[in-house]
Design a protein. Structure first.
Length: 593
C-alpha cells in the first residue's frame, strides 16, 4: 500500500513538471524571438559604413537553413543616394553612392577650387606617388656637389591641404643638403585658412627642419602669375630657383637631374616632366616626356621632340624645347641677368612663351628633363578667371610687339584682330625692348628657323577675316561640324566665319593651323556641275582631284582656277556655278593680291 501511494506521488510530480515546461515553451518563445530579432537589427546597424566612406555597401549575411531564415527578419535594405549633380564633371568617375550631404559639400568645394578638395582633405599629407620614370633613370648617379635649391610656390586661394601636401613632398623628397629654402608667394588670397592655419603648419615644418628657411611673400593686391613668380625669384637666395605652382607634389629624386643639367651649363633653363593629378579622384596619370610648345595665339601645348632626339632611342635623356609651360628651374643669377619674368603680363598666360623666346634668342636654351617628375593637378576650371581669353589675348599681343619683329602680326591673325588700332592696351614695352637690345638678342626669324621650325610662318597669308557676298549680304560659313559642306549664313563675325586667303589661292574657313605638320581645311570645288562646294583637308582634296585654288579680287567675283566656275549665293544657298558677277569682299587685307 505504501508503494502504491509513493508511485502516485511520483506520477503527480512528473505531470506537474511537464505542465510547467509546456507553459515555459508557450509563454517565453515569443520573448526569445523578439530578443533575437533585436540583436539582428543591432548587428545590421553596426555593419553600416560611415557617411564619409566613398562607396556604400550592405554586409552580406552568412547563409542559413530555411527554418532559421523564416524565424529571423531580414535587415532593412540600404537606400541608395540620389545623384544631386548628374551633370557635374566631378562625379563622372568619382563619388558613387555618396550621401547627399557629402555630394553637396564636395560639389561646392569643386566649384570654388576647380578640383576635388573634399577628397584632398582626407588624403594623407605624405601620400606615396607611383614612380613613373624611365627605368634607365633609376641607374643614373648624380654628383654630390650640386648647387643649392630654393623652391618657390605661388598660389591664389589654393586649398590648404593641397599646399600642405606640396610642402611636405618637397621637404621629404629633396636631399636636405640641397634644399636651402621654400618661398610661398600668396597673390592676395582671401581664404581664411591660408592665414593662421597655414602659418601654424609652416611653423611646425620649420621646427621639424631647423636648417630649412621658409619665407612668406604676400601681395597686398592681386598681380597675376608673372608678377608672383618674379616676387618669388626676388625673395630667393639659393644658387638655383625652382618656380612651381602650389598644386603639385614632387616625385622622388626630382631635383638632382635638374640641378645636374644646370651645373653643367648655367644658361640652360630646365623643366621636369609633369604627370597629371586628376582633378576628380586625385590619382596620378603618367605623361610621356614632350617638348613645351605653343601656337600663334600663344596657347600652350605639348609637342614631340625633334627627330634627332628620337633617333637616340633613350627616353631618359633631356630634350630641347622651344618654350616652358610655366614651371621652370634655372640658375637664379642667370635668370636675373636675362630679365627674370616680364611683370607687364596681366593675370595669366603668355609669360612662359615670352621667357622661352627670350632665353633662346638671348643665348640660352631650354630642356625638358625626363628623369625629373612632378605631379601637377590639372584643374577642370580656373576659379580666379573663368574666361582667360581676354587676358591671354592682351599678353600675346605684348609678346609679339617686343619679340616677333615682322612676324608679330601672326598673333593678330590668330586672334582675328586688325593689324592696327585693335583697341587693346598692352602696356609700356619700352623697358623690355631696351632689355632685348642690351642682351643683343637674335631676331625672331632665327628662332623660327633654328629653334621652332615646326611653326608655320604664315608668310604667304595675304587676307583674313570674314568673307562677305555683297550682293546677297551674307557671309561664308564653315557650316555644321563635323561636316564637309560650307554654307552661306548671316554675318556674325565669330570663328565659324573666320577665313584666311593665301597667295597660292588656298582659302580656309573656321580657323587656320599654326604648325606645318597640321593640314588646314580648304574650300574646294568637287568638280560636279552646279554643285555645292566642299570643305576638306587640303591634302585630301588634292588627292581626290578637287580644285582648291581660287582667284579672289576684292569687291569682285571669286573664281576657281581649275573649273573656272564661281562661288555664288543663290536663294540663300552657297553654290559653285557659272559666274554671274557676284561680288565678294574679305575683311582685312595684309598685302595686295
Amino acid at each position: 500500500e505504501s508503494i502504491s501511494i509513493k508511485l502516485i506521488k511520483y506520477i503527480y510530480i512528473f505531470l506537474n513538471c511537464c505542465i510547467f515546461c509546456y507553459l515555459q515553451l508557450i509563454l517565453l518563445s515569443p520573448c526569445r524571438l523578439f530578443v533575437k530579432s533585436m540583436n539582428s537589427k543591432r548587428l545590421s546597424k553596426s555593419r553600416k559604413p560611415s557617411a564619409e566612406v566613398k562607396k556604400l555597401s550592405v554586409e552580406k549575411q552568412p547563409e542559413q537553413p530555411d527554418s532559421k531564415i523564416q524565424e529571423q527578419p531580414k535587415p532593412p535594405e540600404e537606400k541608395k543616394s540620389n545623384k544631386l549633380f548628374p551633370n557635374s564633371a566631378l562625379f563622372k568617375a568619382w563619388g558613387e553612392n555618396l550621401p547627399e550631404d557629402v555630394q553637396t559639400e564636395a560639389q561646392s568645394l569643386y566649384m570654388k577650387y576647380g578640383y576635388n578638395v573634399y577628397l584632398s582633405d582626407r588624403l594623407p599629407v605624405d601620400r606615396a606617388l607611383p614612380d613613373t620614370r624611365d627605368k634607365r633613370c633609376l641607374k643614373k648617379i648624380y654628383p654630390k656637389d650640386l648647387p643649392t635649391l630654393g623652391v618657390v610656390l605661388i598660389y591664389l586661394n589654393e586649398a590648404l591641404s593641397v599646399i600642405q601636401r606640396a610642402v611636405r613632398s618637397i621637404v621629404d623628397r629633396t636631399p636636405k643638403h640641397l634644399l636651402k629654402e621654400i618661398i610661398l608667394v600668396d597673390d592676395n588670397s582671401s581664404n581664411d585658412d591660408l592665414k593662421e592655419d597655414l602659418d601654424a603648419y609652416i611653423k611646425t615644418t620649420e621646427q621639424q627642419n631647423p636648417s630649412l628657411r621658409i619665407a612668406r611673400v604676400r601681395h597686398s593686391e592681386q598681380r597675376g602669375l608673372a608678377h608672383a613668380r618674379a616676387s618669388g625669384w626676388e625673395a630667393a637666395t639659393a644658387d638655383v630657383v625652382a618656380i612651381l605652382d602650389a598644386h603639385i607634389e614632387v616625385h622622388e629624386q626630382w631635383a638632382e637631374p635638374l640641378l645636374t643639367q644646370i651645373k653643367g651649363d648655367r644658361t640652360v633653363v630646365t623643366s621636369p616632366v609633369f604627370d597629371r593629378i586628376n582633378f576628380d579622384d586625385l590619382k596620378v596619370t603618367e605623361y610621356q616626356p614632350a617638348s613645351h610648345a605653343f601656337d600663334w595665339a600663344l596657347w600652350c601645348m605639348y609637342e614631340g621632340f625633334s627627330d634627332d632626339y628620337y633617333k637616340l632611342q633613350d627616353g631618359s635623356l633631356p630634350g630641347k624645347s622651344p618654350s616652358v609651360m610655366g614651371i621652370m628651374v634655372a640658375d637664379r643669377k642667370y635668370l636675373g641677368e636675362i630679365g627674370v619674368i616680364d611683370k607687364g603680363m596681366k593675370v595669366y598666360g603668355g609669360e612662359n612663351v615670352e621667357l622661352g623666346i627670350r632665353v633662346w634668342t638671348c643665348g640660352g636654351s631650354i630642356e625638358v628633363v625626363p628623369c625629373s617628375r612632378i605631379a601637377h593637378i590639372e584643374r577642370a576650371h580656373k576659379p580666379y578667371m573663368p574666361d582667360l581669353s581676354q587676358a591671354m589675348k592682351r599678353n600675346a599681343l605684348r609678346v609679339a610687339e617686343i619679340w616677333m619683329d615682322e612676324y608679330k602680326h601672326n598673333v593678330n591673325l590668330a586672334w582675328n584682330l586688325p593689324f592696327e588700332n585693335h583697341g587693346i592696351d598692352i602696356g609700356d614695352v619700352s623697358e623690355r625692348k631696351k632689355l632685348r637690345e642690351t642682351l643683343k638678342c637674335k631676331p625672331f626669324k632665327w628662332y623660327l628657323e633654328n629653334v621652332y621650325p615646326k611653326l608655320d610662318p604664315w608668310d604667304n597669308i595675304v587676307a583674313y577675316g570674314v568673307l562677305k557676298n555683297l550682293d546677297a549680304d551674307m557671309c561664308l560659313d564653315q557650316g555644321p561640324v563635323p561636316g564637309n559642306t560650307p554654307i552661306a549664313y548671316g554675318c556674325h563675325y565669330y570663328e565659324p566665319q573666320f577665313t584666311y586667303y593665301r597667295s597660292n589661292g588656298e582659302l580656309y574657313i573656321g580657323g587656320i593651323k599654326s604648325h606645318k605638320y597640321n593640314d588646314n581645311r580648304c574650300v574646294a570645288d568637287p568638280g560636279k556641275k552646279d554643285t555645292e562646294p566642299g570643305l576638306y583637308n587640303c591634302k585630301e582634296a588634292m588627292q581626290k582631284g578637287m580644285g582648291i585654288y581660287w582667284d579672289l579680287t576684292q569687291g569682285k567675283e571669286m573664281k576657281n582656277r581649275d573649273s573656272k566656275k564661281c562661288l555664288e549665293i543663290k536663294k540663300g544657298k552657297l553654290l559653285i556655278q557659272e559666274c554671274s558677277g557676284q561680288r565678294w569682299e574679305i575683311q582685312n587685307i595684309i598685302k595686295p593680291f
